[in-house]
Design a protein around this ligand. Structure first.
Ligand code: SF4
Ligand code: SF4
Length: 148
């Protein structure tokens, strides 16, 4: 059966259900940004002090924190079985694919469906709920979404 793509604006709902075992979103080129809370939670989860965790895994700029990238993969915490810090993964990982740039554009939502097999399948999520989830991104990373 062909997979139907929903229209985020016109249908009033997005169809999405994460596919067990998939790690495609973790494997995309790009950065994983962290909030201070994400960093503290991840440090605690792996049994490190925040300072030691930051020094080993995090790159801090004036306004942002992001995970350092290992040489041969997109993320230190991406193992064969999936995310090794799954219960405390950063906001951007937890909220994907309900990111502002995706839920507010049918074109971008559809493009994300090229690598996320969960897009266009499973549950219908009302656009209001999707935007509410996406607003967590804007709160977590204000310097990235400034002017949205
Ligand atoms: S922190 Fe976990 S969920 Fe986020 S990119 Fe890395 S492996 Fe994936
Ligand atoms: S790419 Fe989509 S289906 Fe795959 S793990 Fe990420 S959110 Fe789930």
């Amino acid at each position: 059966m062909p997979r139907l793509k929903t229209n985020p604006i016109k249908t009033g709902a997005l169809q999405f259900s994460c596919v067990p075992g998939c790690i495609n979103c973790c494997d995309q080129k790009g950065y994983v940004y962290l909030t201070e809370k994400d960093m503290a939670n991840a440090a605690k989860f792996v049994g490190m002090t925040v300072q030691a965790f930051e020094s080993k895994y995090v790159y801090r700029t004036k306004h942002l924190l992001r995970l350092r990238k290992p040489q041969k993969s997109q993320c230190h915490f991406l193992l064969q079985g999936g995310c090794s810090i799954h219960p405390v993964k950063p906001v951007q990982c937890r909220t994907f694919p309900f990111w502002p740039e995706l839920v507010k554009s049918r074109k971008e939502w559809t493009l994300a469906g090229r690598y996320c097999p969960g897009i266009g399948t499973g549950e219908l999520v009302q656009i209001g709920t999707a935007i509410e989830i996406a607003s967590e991104m804007e709160t977590a990373y204000p310097t990235i979404y400034e002017g949205w």
